[in-house]
Ligand binder design. Structure first.
Ligand code: NCD
Length: 309
């Protein structure tokens, strides 16, 4: 398979062709074997340096990018924005220039501003990997979601996926929609009217205000976190009301296929968008997503920095 990702920054999934996505999934399957093995160390990125620059909180994404780089043999440094010169007011551009001067090959970046990763890719030479920019994009999450679905179901095309909850503020939903429609999935979005984008013109996407219609016969239900930090008050009446009308619980899930796969990017607001009992149930792939996140990020780093050789 031809690797078109070599030397490129990963800003959003929009620019990926279905072939690019297939290559990432295939490479990630190889990487997953390494993660499950005893010696988690390759030399693919030996001598390469990667900086994790996260301006927003993260557990899964940051740790998995860090481990992914280390498993591939790179030197990885995570900058803690709370104890760096960023608190002294250094601009994003100056911080990027500083790490560039240290000779890094890639910067994995999360920022609250939409477009921050794209901007970074224009002001410095290292490869930029977007690990989330505001409500805009989270490409590695979309790829790990596809990888998880593909492994569980053996295919992507034709599957019905319901993405439910806070669509409006979700970079995961946005990247998922691009990735899933490219792979021929039947995508349904549902949430309170106030948390749905006002305009969502997309082939292969149906928007519902009623959650039951979205979940009915679904093969996959992707439950989104309510992004309390990104919304003003009053977008839904109360957490209890939300859980009652839109929360994903066992009863509501009976509308979906028996073997429905439950996804959640984490962190979960338990009892709000998802009931307590679902995280560890048989249909849940929430923890597989975490391991698959490392494999997919290894694939992305290898394909962009090393050419996947
Ligand atoms: C997501 C994010 O940060 O966009 N989390 C993650 O990367 N696993 C989703 C979220 O925060 O709700």
């Amino acid at each position: 398979m031809e690797n078109n990702l070599f030397g490129k920054s990963i800003i959003g999934i929009e620019n990926f062709s279905p072939e690019d996505i297939r290559l990432v999934l295939k490479t990630a399957a190889e990487m997953k074997k390494i993660i499950r093995g005893k010696v988690k160390k390759l030399t693919n990125l030996k001598g390469r340096a990667i900086i994790n620059l996260f301006y927003e909180p993260s557990t899964r994404t940051r740790t998995s990018f860090e481990l992914a780089g280390k498993y591939l043999g790179a030197d990885v440094v995570s900058i803690n924005t709370g104890t760096s010169s960023i608190v002294k007011g250094e601009s994003l551009r100056d911080t990027l220039r500083t790490v560039e001067a240290m000779g890094v090959d890639a910067v994995v970046m999360r920022h609250k501003a939409e477009g921050a990763a794209d901007y970074a890719s224009k002001v410095v030479k290292p490869i930029i990997i977007n690990a989330g920019d505001g409500a805009h994009a989270h490409p590695s999450q979309a790829l790990l979601d596809l990888f998880t679905i593909n492994r569980a179901k053996g295919r992507l095309a034709g599957l019905k996926v319901a993405i439910v909850g806070d669509i409006l503020h979700s970079r995961v939903a946005r990247s998922d929609v691009f990735a899933m429609t490219k792979m021929g999935m039947d995508v349904h979005l549902a949430g309170p009217k106030t948390l749905l984008p006002r305009f969502f013109e997309f082939d292969g996407v149906t928007v519902h205000e009623n959650i039951e219609d979205a979940i009915k016969n679904a093969d996959v239900v992707n439950v989104l976190r309510i992004q309390l930090e990104r919304q003003q008050a009053g977008l839904f009446p109360s957490p209890r009301e939300y859980a009652r009308i839109f929360g994903i619980n066992e009863k509501r899930l009976r509308l979906a296929k028996d073997d429905v796969l439950i996804l959640h990017p984490g962190p979960q607001n338990k009892g709000l968008e998802i009931s307590n009992d679902l995280t560890y149930c048989e249909n849940s792939a929430i923890h597989d997503q975490v391991q698959n996140g490392v494999a997919v990020r290894m694939a992305l780093l290898d394909l962009t920095l090393n050419g996947g050789e």
